[in-house]
Design a protein around this ligand. Structure first.
Ligand code: FAD
Length: 378
């Protein structure tokens, strides 16, 4: 058993850590306050290989693997969770095109993602009436000559108004999950429009929008993978995506623990630092023990992916545990801040808002438990 990261993994992590501390952390609170999409930061992140960490070098990726990827993403999330979710979805989109795209689709889109020419990539699965159950989606794509006509609406799409390419799922066949296909949609395609920004509780510097397709004509080459096999593409992409969201949650939680430890040593009540009280010590002990357990689950899932082995159950286990523990950790850290946690003077207020959604998107905790229990009962 090997617990040490490789020199290459450490290099990628350290590069992300250095960038996060130098370029993101100083502006993270302002990005959150102003709800400003960090376009310049994302372009610079691409410049250090962070938009294709697990993408082959021939497409401009860093080819550093899933373990390096989760390490890097956690570093970015510890500074700014909004930047991290944009990075996570963009990497997921690059990977899905690498895995399922034709050579032409790969060459057209992946280098533009990895180089930062595209501000982001987006993943268009959810709809107003189809969240946990994508098999009930109503967006349709019908054949028209050698192309496709897309009609319908997507909801909650991260970076949907900023992305250079969006993977959009639509119904091409019968009901249920067996009739879905994936398409690559580019902004500016007639009949496609992104809707207004959701006014979110957290992740305020990431954009979340609806997408509208009104007789939107796509060329034949927009189909990603095989017709009516799109559900499998979505599920495989989400397995990898769940590693990213686990890393995002744990990056936020790590920042909360570090900041709270410093706060507890500094803040004095009853004539001594609050860190002297056993109640505070035990809360911090639970935080670091849970964080470590979650991180190890995540590393195992990422390692399995790196080995090319099945990792779906392990990704769901990592996601449900990491995101729920990250929420509990941030809540405890908030408690340790007392009233000062409730105002924007300390970052814990932002962390608590940002971490909340991690048990919801890319499959809720309940959906992860469905995946895990199905594997157990199989
Ligand atoms: C900030 C943000 C960003 C997002 N980004 C994207 C994106 O980029 N692309 C994208 O496609 N989607 C995105 N989403 C959508 C997200 O993935 C969905 O919100 C999520 O899958 C849940 O769907 P829903 O909100 O419709 O909830 P529902 O599916 O309506 O669920 C409501 C509740 O019922 C529970 N539930 C549902 N089914 C079951 C079941 N079978 N067993 C037990 N409990 C169940 C859920 O766990 C939840 O508690 C984003 C969402 C948010 C909030």
């Amino acid at each position: 058993m090997q617990f040490e990261p490789t020199p290459e993994q450490l290099l990628v992590r350290d590069m992300a850590r250095d960038f996060a501390r130098r370029e993101i952390l100083p502006v993270a609170a302002a990005l959150d306050r102003d709800g400003r999409f960090p376009a310049e930061i994302l372009a610079r992140l691409a410049g250090i290989g962070m938009m294709g960490v697990n993408i082959r070098e021939e497409y401009g990726g860093a080819q550093a693997g899933p373990v390096a990827y989760v390490m890097a993403l956690a570093e970015i999330a510890s500074a700014c969770a909004s930047t991290a979710v944009t990075m996570s979805v963009t990497n997921m989109v690059a990977e899905v095109i690498q895995q399922f795209g034709t050579e032409e689709q790969r060459r057209r889109h992946i280098p533009r993602i990895t180089s930062g020419e595209y501000a982001a990539g987006a993943f268009g699965l959810s709809e107003p009436g189809a969240g946990s159950d994508p098999g009930s989606m109503t967006t349709t794509a019908r054949r028209d000559g050698d192309g496709w006509i897309l009609n319908g609406q997507k909801a909650w799409i991260t970076s949907g108004d900023r992305a250079g390419v969006i993977v959009v799922w639509a119904r091409t066949g019968g009901p249920g999950t067996g009739g879905l296909s994936a398409f690559l949609v580019e902004p500016g395609t007639p009949g496609f429009e992104a809707g207004r920004h959701e006014d979110k509780m957290g992740l305020r510097a990431s954009t979340t929008v609806s997408l509208h397709f009104d007789n939107c004509r796509l060329p034949a080459g927009a189909l990603l993978g095989e017709e009516n096999r799109g559900f499998r593409i979505a599920m495989m992409a989400l397995d990898g995506g769940r590693l990213g969201i686990s890393a995002q949650a744990l990056g936020i939680a790590r920042a909360a623990i570090e900041e709270t430890t410093a706060y507890a040593k500094e803040r004095r009540q009853f004539g001594r630092p609050i860190a002297d009280f056993q109640a505070i010590q035990w809360m911090l002990a639970d935080c670091v023990a849970e964080w470590d357990a979650a991180w190890l689950l995540l590393l195992r899932a990422a390692w399995l992916k790196e080995q090319g082995r099945p990792f779906s159950r392990e990704a769901s286990m990592a996601k449900v545990y990491a995101t729920e523990r990250a929420n509990a950790i941030c809540a405890r850290c908030f408690q340790i801040h007392g009233g000062y946690g409730y105002v924007k003077e300390y970052p814990i207020e932002r962390h608590l808002r940002d971490v909340r959604v991690t048990t919801i998107y890319e499959g809720t905790s309940e959906v992860q438990r469905v995946v895990i229990s199905r594997a157990v009962l199989k």
